[in-house]
Design a protein around this ligand. Structure first.
Ligand SMILES: Nc1ncnc2c1ncn2[C@@H]1O[C@H](COP(=O)(O)OP(=O)(O)O)[C@@H](O)[C@H]1O
Ligand SMILES: [Mg+2]
Length: 355
């Protein structure tokens, strides 16, 4: 009965409930008193008290329940113990309010395109709301670190007092594997370098105060991705897919990975959804229809939107100026803005002041 009541309590900001999220660790009942232990990883200080209140409320009215005790353990922002390579860094990325992964099951679906455009769109949304510029990108895609190209930044970052200084463009702070790993290093060497580098990203990059850090993950769902997801304290993940069935299936697998480590899905976004005839408004769905939406439904998360195929997106990326910056008003840019807005709403980024 208690478990059923708990499964009606959504995780703050999400439609998914706390039971299926896997944060309910223990339920103890003796006579009329109930004790529930929750364990979560979150850097948002409002989540724990809110959960406590919501759970208390959900249980208080149950028949036979006289006393409710809710214990919330918030895991600090460091790698979990079972990760042997984590050498007890203390609270890295402390001033990063939320980190959101952009992930996909396979490469070439537009993960980096989303990362760069969402980051630039988010920067503008936050600025408009009177928040100081505070968006970052952490490019962890070792196999194809394309963020430097897309964001128009590519230099070796400086090191000041032992801290790596991110580069900046369009108001967004950028750190990429591409800055650190030489292009001609064979991919086979990159694996081991990755974990080291990611840990450096997490603990030695001088991000300063950030409202949002977007993390461009390598495609796939293997061990590399999993340990990465455990190293960086993620508040949520956006899954990018194209409409085709093949992409949709791997997107699902990608999403399962986040489940394993209790990182909530922010939602599913579909890329290359259709060609738009801007004169008639007619959409041609070249790769089929509804794949992203079905994936979102299957994963019990939100469908964030459909970005059309548009050559201006690729041109923007190739020239180092994301399309949301160069052409903010065209339809494809508008979709990026809408998706960024949804993320902002979900995490209350523009309302209220954070300590
Ligand atoms: N909606 C789109 N319309 C046109 N070209 C796109 C679109 N999305 C991505 N691209 C292009 O497709 C290629 C792959 O995108 P990219 O973001 O690098 O994928 P991933 O990071 O998933 O490997 C890039 O050249 C990019 O500019
Ligand atoms: Mg990429």
């Amino acid at each position: 009965m208690i478990r059923r009541a708990l499964s009606q309590v959504p995780y703050p900001g999400f439609t998914r409930d706390v039971v299926s999220f896997g944060i309910v660790k223990e339920i103890e009942v003796s006579d009329g008193s109930v004790s529930v232990s929750l364990a979560l990883t979150s850097s948002d200080p409002e989540v724990a008290p809110r959960l406590k209140k919501d759970v208390e409320q959900a249980l208080a009215d149950l028949e036979g329940v006289e006393k409710v005790e809710v214990l919330v353990a918030v895991k600090s922002k460091k790698a979990p113990e079972e990760e042997p390579s984590s050498n007890a860094e203390e609270a890295p990325m402390q001033k990063v309010r939320i980190a959101i992964a952009v992930a996909s099951g396979k490469g070439g679906v537009g993960k980096s395109t989303f990362t760069s455009n969402l980051a630039c769109a988010m920067d503008r949304i936050l600025r408009k709301a009177g928040k100081p510029s505070s968006v970052g990108i952490m490019d962890c895609d070792i196999y194809g670190p394309s963020i430097p190209l897309m964001m128009g930044v590519n230099r070796r970052p400086e090191v000041v007092d032992g801290m790596i200084q991110p580069l900046e463009n369009f108001g967004v702070r950028v750190m990429s594997m591409g800055f650190l790993v030489e292009e001609d290093v064979p991919v086979i060497w990159r694996g081991p370098m990755v974990m080291k580098t990611i840990q450096q990203f997490a603990s030695n990059v001088d991000w300063g105060e950030l409202e949002v850090l977007f993390v461009d993950l390598p495609p796939g769902t293997g061990d590399a991705q999993l340990s990465l997801v455990q190293t960086v304290p993620l508040e949520g993940a956006v899954v990018v897919t194209t409409p085709q069935l093949a992409a949709v299936n791997v997107a699902r697998r990608g999403a399962m990975m986040f489940d394993k480590v209790n990182v909530p899905l922010v939602g599913v976004a579909e890329n290359m959804s259709y060609l738009l005839d801007e004169k008639t408004g007619e959409k041609s769905f070249l790769f089929g229809e509804g794949g992203g939406e079905r994936t979102a439904r299957y994963l019990e998360t939100d469908f964030l939107g459909q970005v059309p195929l548009d050559p201006r997106i690729r041109e923007g990326s190739d020239h180092g100026v994301p399309v949301v910056v160069s052409d903010p008003d065209i339809p494809c840019s508008q979709v990026f803005y809408q998706i960024a807005q949804q993320i902002s709403d979900k995490f209350n980024l523009t309302s209220g002041d954070q300590e």
